[in-house]
Design a protein around this ligand. Sequence first.
Ligand code: PMP
Length: 391
Amino acid sequence: MFDCSKVQSSRQTAIQPLAIEEFFNLAPGVISLGIGEPDFHTPRKAGEAGVAAITHGKTSYPPSEGIPQLRQEMSHYLRDKFGYSYAPQEICITVGGSLALDSVMRAFVEPGDEVILPTPAFSCYDPAIRMAGGTVVPVVKRAEDGFRLRPEALAAAITPQTKMLVLTSPDNPTGVTLSPADFAAIADVLRDTNVMVVTDEIYAELCYHDRHHSILEQPDMRERTLLISGFSKMYAMTGWRIGYMCAPRELLAPAAKMHSIAVMCASGIAQYAALAGLRQCSDDVERMVAEYDRRLHYVMQRLEEIGLPCVRPGGAFYVFPSIRHTGLSSAEFCARLRDEGRVAVIPGPAFGEGGEGFIRISYAYSMDTLKEAFDRIAAFCAKLREQCIAV
Ligand code: PMP
C-alpha cells in the first residue's frame, strides 16, 4: 500500500496552510474584511490590451525575463515615480510578487542561513524562507513603536549567519510606512555587514500622507538590495499575476534563473496588459488611491468610536487594531466576531510573532460593505462590553 505521509517533505509538512484560505469558504451572510485584494476591476485599457494580445496571437512563450517593451517602460516608470535607476536588464518580470519572493529565497538562502524578518509580516515570507532551508529570525515590531523596526533590535539580531533582511513598506499587515529617518537608521546598521536586503514595495503606489520612501534612497544600499513589487495591488490586477524584481545584475541574475526554472516566464498576455496599465492607466490608479484614502479615514474614525486602538497607517489597505483590552485572544475574538457578529477578519498571529492581541482588517472593500461591517463590529464590541460588566 502506498503511504503518502512517507513521501512528503518534512520542510513542507512543517508549514501551516495560509490563514487566508478559510476566507474563501465563509458561511452565507458573513461579511469578509479578510482579503487584501482590490475590489476594483482592472482598468479598462489594461484589460483591453490583454484581450488584444490574445486576438493578435501574442500567445507564445515570451522572453524569460519579460517582454522588452515592458522592461523598458518599467525602467522609465521606476525613475519617474520613485527616482530609482534600473536599466531594463536590471528588471525581471515575474509571476506576481509572490514568485519573485520565492525565487529570491531559493536563489540566496540555504540551510544555516538566517533571514531577519520584522514581524508581524506578510504571511508568505516565513514559509518561503523555510522552504529554502533558511532560519527565520523574527524581530518583533511593537505597537508602542508605531510598528517600526527599531535599529537597535535589528543590530541585536544580526549574527555571522545573517544573510538577508526583509523590509516591507507600506506594510502588510500594519499599513505602516517607514520614513527616510527610519531607513537611514536601518542603513547605518547594515553598512558594515554583508547582509542583503529584500525590499517588498508592492504597496508603494498606495501611500496617503507622504510620498513613498525606501531603503534604496540611502547611500550604498542599492548594490545589496533586491526590490520586489508588482501590478496586483496598484492596478487591481491580482488575477493577471504580474510582478517584478529589480537589482544590479549580480543580484538579479541568480533570482531570475530560479524564476525561469520554475515557470519559464510570466504570461505574455498579462505583460501586454501591464504595459498598457503603465502607459495609459495612471488616472485609474489615482482614482483608486483617492478612494482608499477616503476609506482609511472612515475606518479610523469607526475604530476610534468603537474603542479599538490602532496605529495610523500611511499606506496599503490594512489596519491592525488592538483587541487586547477585550481579554480575548486574537483567535477567540475573530472566531466570535465571525460567528456572532458575522464579520470575518484575520487574527494577528497569522502574521507571526508580535501579532497576538491584534486583528487585521482590510479596507479593500466598497464603502457600503465597510459601513455594514463596522456597524456589526460596533454591535459585537458593545455586546462584549456588556458581558464584561455582567461578569
Ligand atoms: N508582498 C506583499 C506584502 C503582499 O501583501 C502580497 C499579496 N498580498 C504580495 C507580496 C504578493 O502579491 P502578488 O503575488 O499578487 O504580486
